[in-house]
Design a protein around this ligand. Structure first.
Ligand code: AMP
Length: 207
């Protein structure tokens, strides 16, 4: 089962991806996580990512596509995967279509104001990268691995506005591109309600 999750930054793609991956036992491939790992390790890609990500800009298509291509060749991807944050441009979507055939595209649609509130309150585990909403989850360590929670460097209001503008310009065309095979779910519900709809869709698709 090869799945793409579409949606603005902060729409809950990461959470839905974690839920699908846990149930269907497939890897969660987040290009954002791959870039943040590179930043932590201080690689050449990480140095460029640090500059671009912190101000809310996108990484170049050629670098992003090459990283994903390599990742999809790893053995854990043989039964499928969930792509979270990729593709983000039409060029990436076209490159992906040459690499593989996707089984399902899920679009999580959340109004802009909800997105801004969510990103403002988002905390991330420094160890396992799980996301938390600090209004709902009051602790400072992860419930999954005990890692310390912190705010992402690009989760500040200036970068959020910039990321949202880029999303509107670069990523919204993907919604038209994938329209025929796309399942749209309103992401303003609770995590459980959103996932219930996604799960029903995947079961019906017999993915
Ligand atoms: P995310 O964790 O998905 O919100 O991604 C964080 C940041 O990583 C984005 O704001 C971009 O700077 C970069 N990034 C992640 N995925 C991509 C992608 N597919 N193409 C270009 N840049 C990306």
């Amino acid at each position: 089962m090869k799945i793409i999750l579409l949606g603005a930054p902060g729409s809950g793609k990461g959470t839905v991806a974690d839920q699908i991956c846990a149930e269907f036992n497939i890897p969660h491939i987040s290009t954002g996580v791959i870039f943040r790992d590179n930043i932590e390790k201080g690689t050449e890609i990480g140095k460029l990512a640090k500059q671009l990500i912190d101000n809310g800009s996108l990484m170049p298509d050629n670098i992003t596509i090459a990283l994903v291509k390599d990742r999809l060749l790893q053995t854990d991807c043989k039964n499928g995967y969930v792509l979270d944050g990729f593709p983000r441009t039409l060029e990436q979507a076209k490159a992906l279509s040459k690499l593989t055939q996707i089984d399902a595209v899920i679009y999580i649609n959340v109004p802009k104001q909800d997105i801004l509130n969510r990103i403002e309150n988002r905390m991330i585990c420094t160890k396992c990268k799980k996301n938390f909403d600090k209004i709902i989850y009051k602790k400072s360590v992860c419930d999954q691995c005990g890692g310390k929670l912190e705010k992402r460097a690009d989760d500040n209001l200036v970068a959020i506005e910039q990321r949202y503008d880029i999303y509107t310009k670069e990523s919204q065309p993907l919604i038209k591109y994938y329209q025929k095979q796309m399942f749209e779910v309103a992401g303003s519900k609770t995590r459980e309600e959103t996932y219930k709809l996604v799960r029903e869709f995947l079961k019906k698709r017999k993915c």
